[in-house]
Design a protein. Structure first.
Length: 104
């Protein structure tokens, strides 16, 4: 009696077992059709507003993104500066306006 519990074929693989390559080829799904383009992210929306010649106020950015004012200020102070943008602010007609003056 043999110590083998399962029979092997000449290549050393179990009977009925297939190779990994053939398994993935059998299961590989067709690539789906590309869907519609994604809308720009909220951070990209903020950047585009701040790059305009007049810049943007917090209220304008809140309307454009749907975020609250503290979230806009946090994005300017954190994410934009981490990306290398230099954001300046000035008060024009009693409203603070933010602008991107340089980027990395």
């Amino acid at each position: 009696m043999s110590n083998r519990t399962k029979a092997s074929n000449a290549t050393g693989t179990r009977k009925g077992a297939s190779t990994k390559a053939s398994q993935t080829a059998e299961r590989a799904p067709a690539r789906p059709e590309p869907g519609p383009a994604r809308a720009p992210s909220r951070l990209a929306t903020i950047i585009s507003h701040l790059q305009s010649p007049t810049g943007a106020s917090i209220a304008e950015l809140c309307t454009a993104t749907g975020w609250q004012a503290h979230s806009i200020r946090g994005a300017i102070a954190g994410a934009l500066k981490r990306k290398g943008h230099v954001v300046t602010s000035s008060i024009e007609d009693g409203v603070r306006r933010y602008k991107i003056t340089a980027a990395a």
